[in-house]
Design a protein around this ligand. Structure first.
Ligand code: MG
Ligand code: MG
Length: 261
């Protein structure tokens, strides 16, 4: 069952996703070598609650924190911990919020200090692939068009696409139908309708696509222990052009200011 959202509901979802985007901006201000993912988690949780939201991942199926923080070879669902981040690390910060009855969900992979150019390029390509997917998220296209766009863009660059973990519908539930794979064939799958709200979230690996789960029961990592990147937006399908409800604006403002220092 795919729930189509009314225009009013989409505006509420824009608010939820704006809070996610602003929480990411707070994380961006703090993230640097020596800071732990647990400290980032505290910052995000406090900010979300101070702004009237509820952290969406905390206690979700028993997940213990507000953020999923996935460092280097960790793909998604990493649990924040007290270990300081190091120069050269990359960390996917995935954040979800419940506000006014609707969920927001977005992820950004941060570079910690100076990062190997090969890894920097992976992050850039993964972010770009997200926008390639979003370009296809328009009325009367199909889900396969989104997956195909992400897959063809990243595989042409020599990267691989995680198959087992996918994007998802989102609304009054954090995860709704349909599943949104980051691979697929053009013209295949569910037809997209205006009012569908989905989270598109490519998980792209530097090496091979295979993944496995760590013993903590949550963290997904690459089998070959090479780096993985993850970017996510919540978007509303529209005629002609998707409406991106989440935003990297606050993160990118902070990163730009820091690079000018
Ligand atoms: Mg997410
Ligand atoms: Mg998601």
């Amino acid at each position: 069952m795919i729930y189509l959202k009314t225009d009013e509901e989409i505006e509420l979802m824009r608010e939820s996703n704006l809070l996610v985007a602003r929480a990411h901006g707070e994380v961006a201000k703090a993230i640097k070598p020596g800071v732990s993912t647990l400290e980032l988690d505290r910052i995000a949780e406090t900010f979300i609650r101070d702004n009237g939201g509820t952290p969406a991942f905390l206690n979700y199926q028993g997940f213990p924190n507000t953020l999923c923080t996935s460092v280097n070879e960790h793909v998604v669902h990493g649990i924040p911990n007290a270990k300081p981040l190091q120069e050269g690390d990359v960390v996917s910060v995935d954040c979800g919020v419940l506000l006014n009855g609707f969920y927001g969900d977005s992820a950004y992979t941060f570079e910690i200090g100076e990062v190997d150019p090969e890894i920097h390029n992976l992050l850039q390509a993964t972010k770009e692939s997200l926008y390639k997917g979003i370009e296809q998220a328009v009325e009367n296209n199909r889900l396969g068009d989104i997956g195909h766009a992400v897959q063809s863009y990243t595989e042409n660059l020599g990267y691989s696409v995680v198959r087992e973990m996918v994007g998802h519908g989102i609304g009054k539930n954090l995860h709704e139908s349909p599943e949104v794979p980051n691979y697929g064939r053009r013209g295949n799958g569910v037809k997209l309708k205006s009012g569908m709200v989905i989270a598109i979230e490519p998980m792209i690996n530097l090496g091979r696509r295979q993944i496995l789960q760590e013993k903590d029961g949550w963290t997904i990592r690459t089998a070959d222990k090479k780096v993985s990147a993850h970017f996510e937006h919540t978007i509303a399908v529209r005629k002609g052009k998707a409406d991106i409800l989440s935003s990297f604006k606050f993160v990118e403002e902070v990163l730009t200011l820091q690079s000018e220092k």
